[in-house]
Ligand binder design. Structure first.
Ligand code: GAL
Length: 436
């Protein structure tokens, strides 16, 4: 009897370690105490975590992870063109899940933050709900969720919005629209240090046009998109924007546009949120080299700053390893990204309006000392198991990493001639620039 109990416990632990679903007790992930990419991750009750295309909100010392619950059968659909047919897969919307954690390793399932319960036409089961992002609004003390809303054929291309008094929901759905009259695909939210929030959308005018990135400011309550967006990338057909800030530099990590198939990431940097953004190419470095061109078989979704002691400039990149034939089996790839800065001018007095300080300025309180820096390199490196709180051992400390400036990827000359090198400030989105 004891023997068979011991045997069954060993089998259960082995199954858990191998990543099979629904084992109770500690998850494979927790047992390892590390982030292990590409495996099924279990919550504290042994359920498989369903939070794809996800994002993170850090609120009151707790991480809230929002994502697509894809625990439904994968369907095949097609778009019929006059001369060809395109096949793709999808899962009908179940809703947006929420998980909470204090350490990014152990997760508690908080249930559905927004349910596709048919209470609104966007929340019918046949619809598509993707890439939820949530911000807390200090003024209204509400949590505001934005989500990509679509039909089964991805023809609506809208953004939906929902609010809740608690981070875990239930969020009250408020409706959807096309931000600034563009077809919005993937998107993200970004909150500036001064509290202003923005939505970045991969937009297009017509369904077959290449996508370009727009930066739209949100209203003070974060519940409306304001007019006059900035076009921050020309029609390069980039998707899944991940926008984050480090030491007065803005980073925009993007994927290519290949449905669920992985492709090469491309990262852009800027000194101002509105741009101009310059491309640093694909930030994937290190082993395995044959995975660089497909972002370690994943598509980035969100960035979280890491505070590992003695390791500044580290972010955790949340990414999805999609399984297009069975989307609920998709796994997560979470990797550290390291940004290294070069000090250009050690300390300079700059007035708050941004002008260089005047020596005989009578009000020195108006000035602040800033360290002027430039980005030296950006590296996203594969780790099969790593601890987000220590042991980052990333480029900068690793001997294997080649020193020197990262190559700045240049746009084709013909492209620059047509669209300019990058941004040209606020531009009406209907300027007709995106005709191939
Ligand atoms: C990807 C997008 C995903 C999902 C998928 C559908 O390009 O990033 O969020 O929409 O297409 O095929």
């Amino acid at each position: 009897m004891l023997m068979s109990l011991a045997l069954s416990t060993t089998v259960t632990v082995l199954l858990c370690l191998l990543g099979f679903r629904k084992c109770s007790g500690a998850s494979a992930w927790t047992l390892k105490g590390k982030i292990v990419s590409g495996e099924h991750w279990l919550d504290d009750e042994g359920g498989i975590i369903q939070a794809h295309g996800g994002s993170m909100l850090f609120h009151n010392q707790t991480y809230f992870w929002y994502g697509e619950n894809k625990d439904a059968p994968t369907e095949w659909r097609s778009w019929k063109m006059p001369d060809q047919e395109w096949w793709y897969t999808r899962t009908p919307a179940l809703g947006i899940s929420c998980y909470s954690s204090s350490d990014l390793l152990n997760w508690h399932n908080e249930g559905m933050a927004l349910k596709a319960d048919g209470s609104h036409e966007d929340l019918e089961a046949g619809q598509t709900l993707e890439r939820p992002r949530v911000l807390y609004n200090n003024l209204t003390q509400q949590f505001v969720m934005w989500v990509h809303v679509d039909d089964a054929g991805y023809s609506l291309c809208r953004l939906g919005m929902a609010v809740s008094a608690a981070p875990t929901g239930p969020f009250r759905y408020q409706g959807s629209m096309q931000a600034n009259d563009q077809r919005n695909g993937d998107f993200t939210l970004f909150k500036e240090d001064n509290g202003t929030a923005y939505v970045v959308t991969a937009s297009q005018k017509q369904s077959m046009d290449p996508r370009f990135m727009l930066l739209h400011e949100l209203s003070i309550d974060f519940q409306r998109v304001l007019p006059n967006p900035f076009r921050i990338l020309p029609p390069l057909d980039r998707e899944s924007p991940v926008l984050f800030k480090y030491e007065a530099h803005y980073f925009l990590l993007t994927s290519g546009s290949t449905f669920w198939s992985p492709n090469a990431a491309e990262i852009f940097t800027a000194r101002a949120l509105e741009g101009p953004y310059a491309s640093w190419g694909n930030p994937c470095h290190g082993e395995p080299m044959d995975q660089h061109g497909i972002t370690f078989s994943s598509q980035a979704s969100f960035a979280i700053p890491l505070q590992a002691p003695g390791a500044p400039g580290h972010f955790l990149i949340m990414a999805d390893r999609w399984q297009s034939n069975d989307l609920k089996e998709s796994t997560y790839v979470w990797l550290p990204l390291h940004i290294s800065l070069r000090v250009q001018k050690p300390l300079q007095l700059v007035s708050k309006s941004g002008e260089a300080a005047n020596d005989d300025n009578e009000d020195p309180g108006q000035d602040e000392a800033v360290r002027l820096t430039a980005v030296r390199r950006i590296a996203l490196e594969w780790r099969s198991a790593w601890d987000p709180h220590s042991g980052l051992n990333l480029p900068g400390t690793s001997l294997k990493y080649r020193e020197g400036r990262s190559r700045v990827h240049r746009l084709p000359v013909a492209f620059v001639a047509r669209y300019g090198s990058y941004i040209h400030g606020p531009e009406p989105p209907d300027a007709g620039l995106n005709k191939g």
